[in-house]
Design a protein around this ligand. Sequence first.
Ligand code: ZN
Length: 447
Amino acid sequence: MNENLLIENTTVVTMNPQRDILTNAGVAISGERIAAVGQADEIRARYPHAERIDGRGKVVLPGLINCHTHISMSLQKGITLAVPDGLYRVMWPVERSLTPDDCYIGALVGGAEALKGGTTCVIDHYFHMEQVARATTQLGLRGVLGHTIMSRLGPIIGEREFEEAVAFVRRWKGRHPLVTPWLAPHASDTVSPEWLDSIREIATEEGVGIHLHLAQSPQERTYIQEQHGVGCVEYLYDAGFLGEDVLAAHCIYIDEHEMDLLAESGAHPLYCPMGHALSGRPARAWELLQRGAGVLIGTDCVCSNNLMDIVGELRIAGASQKQLTGDREAMPASKILEMVTVDAAAAIGMGDQLGAVVPGYLADLVVLDFEGLHTAPCYSLLDNIVYCCNGRDVATVIVNGRVVVQDGELTTADETELVYLVEEKGRALMRRAVEKEEDLAWIWRKK
Ligand SMILES: [Zn+2]
């Protein structure tokens, strides 16, 4: 790797505090950090020997942070689509047949798809997280990674998983520049109150965040209501569990009081627009933002979304909220872009390192091709990014100063081989699952 890299003659959406958009600009990268941002001529003069990327007709953005993923689930693409209670009837029964190697291959494929689509950092939650870390570090993808903890209902439950989750945090803390280990209890109804208390305590002690699902299904709400007499958010709020270091996926089955509790606690509801739309669950993300909650955006898994395309997800994020609220001004493009850059970076405790194209920040960048029929003419850059682009417009991706996608191609993995592997491993997993669980035979018949 050349020590210095220069993207020149380009447009830069800096997301700096002034939200400057620079034209005819350049971005210099030195090692893993952004060294300079400014007028193209000046930057070129300062870095005459840098390796160059021609940025003409392109737009540079901070690397996009996908705040809720299960990248290993590539093997289970689309299997819960149009299935009522898919989590219980399909997802978990299939996961009972998962192997660590399935998770490794799945994470390679999901991570590769995420990178190609402009994601530079995933906040990921799943079983066999050691295998996910192995895949993300191999791909050069940044990850905030948590090993799933469940004490009831799920496919892989028990004390051993809890111990592994804590061991994972201790093993990976400070070990690799691309890995930030977190704790990942599954949800409010699938982890016992005692374990949730311990997880909260350990997270505070270790100085790591917590990523979980919260109020994601009517079953979860009903169970918590029966056990504790309150809604899922109120239950965790009363337990002192919620805080700024908590990222809570979905937050769908909540009342207005709980919306305010989310805002007051500083916890971050994670809005997954496509997954919510496909499952018929209206997430009141704009209303949560209006009430002061720090909502962020994720794609969730390809089992419930079918894609890991964070750029494409932005369009749905805006469209769904405008439709839900009946307000054309709801969820503007400027806010949507903040949610996947500066807001997300701050939520994972890296607000002074990531989320903006600013000298001194880590060099996580996405370069979008802006010369397509579908992007011209451009009267409003941020609107065109959100409403005209998708992941296929991503030309270059840089993570921690390393070019991991160049001219739309991965530099750290062989895409053809990954397609072969995901077909082979995916079909083998489905075959094992169907053998074990008769009820799943229809998945196979669908093919
Ligand atoms: Zn999820």
